[in-house]
Design a protein around this ligand. Sequence first.
Ligand code: ATP
Length: 257
Amino acid sequence: MDLIADHISHRFGELAVLDDVSFTVGSGEVVAIVGPSGCGKSTLLSILGGLLQPTSGAAELRGAPPADSLNPLTFVFQDFALLPWANVEENVEFPLLHTQLSAAARRAQVDDALRRTGLTDFRKAHPKQLSGGMRQRVGISRALAVKPAILLMDEPLSALDSQTRELLMEDFVRLLADGAMGAAYVTHNLEEAVRLADRIVVLSRRPGRIREVVSISMTRAERGEAAARGKMLDLQNQLWSLIRTEAIDAEREVQHA
Ligand SMILES: Nc1ncnc2c1ncn2[C@@H]1O[C@H](COP(=O)(O)OP(=O)(O)OP(=O)(O)O)[C@@H](O)[C@H]1O
C-alpha cells in the first residue's frame, strides 16, 4: 500500500505553511521528512494521516491494505500519548476495543505487539513506572497492535536522551527489517533520518516546499556498522548544508515573532 502526497498546499488563515508538496511513501518504504523549524512538517504529517484537510491537493492511499490491518495509517507521537491510568497491556489494547475482534483475538494481537517491542514482562506496569524509552515502546506497541501498513511518526525519539534514542533506533531497524511496514518519519534529527530512511524529503523554510529528495543506498543493517560511519556523517553534512541557511533564517523569524 502506497501513501501519496499529491500537490499538497496548506494555509492557516493568512499563513502559508506548505506549498505544492508531492512525494510517495511506497510499500515498506521509510521516508523521513526534515526541514527548518516551523516549515510545516507536523502539518504535513497531519494531512497525510487524514487529521487535517489540505487547502489544496490531497493525501491518498493506493493499493490494498494488508489483509489483517485494522488501521493502515497509525500515528506514533513524540509525547507517547499514553493513558496514565491504564497499564501497558491496556494501553496497547485500547485501539482494538471498538473493533470486531474477539477478546481472544485482541489478546493475541496485544501479546504479539508486546513481544515485538520487548514489553512482555512489563505488561502490568503503569506508564509512570516506566522510563521514557519504555513509554515510547508502549506507544510503538500500541501502533503495531492495529497492524498498520504505514506508521506516521512525529519526532518519536526527540523526548529521549541520546543513549535511549540509540536503542530505540535499533528497535526501529528491527521492526522495519521485513519490509512489511513503511513509515513517514518527521524529525529534526538528521542522524535519525540518515539511519532509518530509504529516502529523505528535505523541505524549505515556510511555506515548506520540497528542496530535494535524498536517497540512501545502504541497507539499514549496513548503516549500523562501524565501517559506515564516515559515509553516514557525509550524508548528514549533505543534509545540513541543504538546511543550514534556511534554519538560521527560520530561527531568527521565530525569535522575532
Ligand atoms: N492549528 C494551527 N493554526 C495556526 N497556525 C498553525 C497551526 N498549526 C501549526 N501552525 C503554524 O504553522 C507553521 C508550521 O507548523 P508545523 O508544526 O507544521 O511546523 P514544523 O515544521 O513541524 O515545526 P517544528 O520543526 O518546530 O516542529 C508554524 O508557523 C505554526 O505556528
